[in-house]
Design a protein around this ligand. Structure first.
Ligand code: FES
Ligand code: FES
Length: 162
């Protein structure tokens, strides 16, 4: 058994040696926000945070994840609601398949997004592919969420899921 800290809860999972985190999250822990698309660390649909840093859970091994705190989109509290609203308002998603991963990655840069130029922000988000929207709307959504956070003083908004 391997002990994982997921969304602030310590759980024991029966993972095979060399097994990736994503199927454990989705199949055994019922956390289906992270999606599987490429399965090779190339698209970002499976993005979660490990100690606050975005990682691709389809290629992150369970034993690697056990060294830190995992946060999935379901466990995001601070910034998630404002990001969801901003994505909707700016047209930052269509099919929505990539959106949980986009929101997880965006949550990691939200605090500094206002200080980043468009190119820098695009670079920060470049690990997450969207086949529907084009990235202009996604960047606009992050900027909107960051601006909203500044006006509300960055308050925590609760733990809704995307
Ligand atoms: S499914 Fe993990 S990066 Fe594409
Ligand atoms: S909204 Fe469909 S892939 Fe991004």
């Amino acid at each position: 058994m391997t002990e994982l800290d997921v969304n602030g809860v310590v759980v024991e999972v029966d993972a095979r040696p060399g097994e990736a985190l994503l199927p454990v999250l989705r199949g055994r822990l019922g956390l289906r926000g992270a999606k599987e698309a490429c399965g090779r660390g190339e698209c970002g649909a499976c993005t979660v945070l490990l100690d606050g840093v975005p990682v691709m859970s389809c290629v992150l091994l369970v034993e690697e994840a056990a060294h830190g705190k995992v946060t999935t989109v379901e466990g995001l509290a601070d910034g998630q609601r404002e990001l969801r609203r901003a994505f909707a308002e700016e047209g930052g998603f269509q099919c929505g398949f990539c959106t949980p991963g986009q929101i997880v990655r965006a949550s990691a840069v939200l605090d500094v997004a206002a200080e980043l130029g468009d190119e820098e922000l695009r670079r920060e988000m470049s690990g997450n592919i969207c086949r529907c929207t084009g990235y202009t709307q996604i960047i606009a959504a992050i900027r909107r969420a960051a601006a909203g956070r500044e006006t509300t003083g960055g308050e925590t908004t609760g733990g809704e899921t995307a």
